[in-house]
Design a protein around this ligand. Sequence first.
Ligand code: SF4
Ligand code: SF4
Length: 222
Amino acid sequence: MIKAQQKPFDEIRGMLGNAKNVLILGCGTCVTICFAGGEKEVAILASLLRMAEDIDNGDRQFREHTVKRQCEWEFLDGAAEEVKNADLVVSLACGIGVQATAQRYPDKPVVPGVNTSFLGLILEQGIWSERCVACGNCVLDKTGGICPVARCSKSLLNGPCGGSVGGKCEISPEVDCAWQLIHDKLTAAGRAEELEEITPPKDWRTSQSGGPRKIVREDLRV
Ligand code: SF4
Ligand code: SF4
């Protein structure tokens, strides 16, 4: 899932400008799961903003609304009335939801309340870890289900750089060396000899390096 973190309070408040009626718009999927922008976070942020406004003798009003997913039009349309009545929307969705909201309501200022961080996995309560950068050409079949693109600090595709110490990446003793993990996994699976195969240069045009991407499924179009 997409992982995100709420922006610092002062940064969010600094984006409000002259807006008098502010809608805090949450998203009920990815950012709810990682406690960045669901209904609860919307309520907490709105309360903090109201308190700050009271302290400053301001007159801004804050409304709260959460849709199931800001990245799907049918759910986003459910917020139409709330958006219409606001001068500005603080979206607590990921960058996709923020952009979808801005696109659906073109005359409405929409600002991001979270920093979209990565595609990742929860390891334990309160700890998330990156697992995929959506390169567009998955190689997990060759690497024991461990992504060298996202999890090797150099995105190496043909084995380790030689800098790992004790199974940890040279960038930090806190970070596993992806290639140590791949080696251990393939060895445990009796596939260690596959490590000797040379992986040809990856076609990065399918990644974000090739520019904005799009999927077109003619069989699904109407
Ligand atoms: S190889 Fe590409 S698609 Fe597969 S997990 Fe890694 S980044 Fe994601
Ligand atoms: S130490 Fe391992 S994870 Fe780190 S850059 Fe080298 S090969 Fe990649």
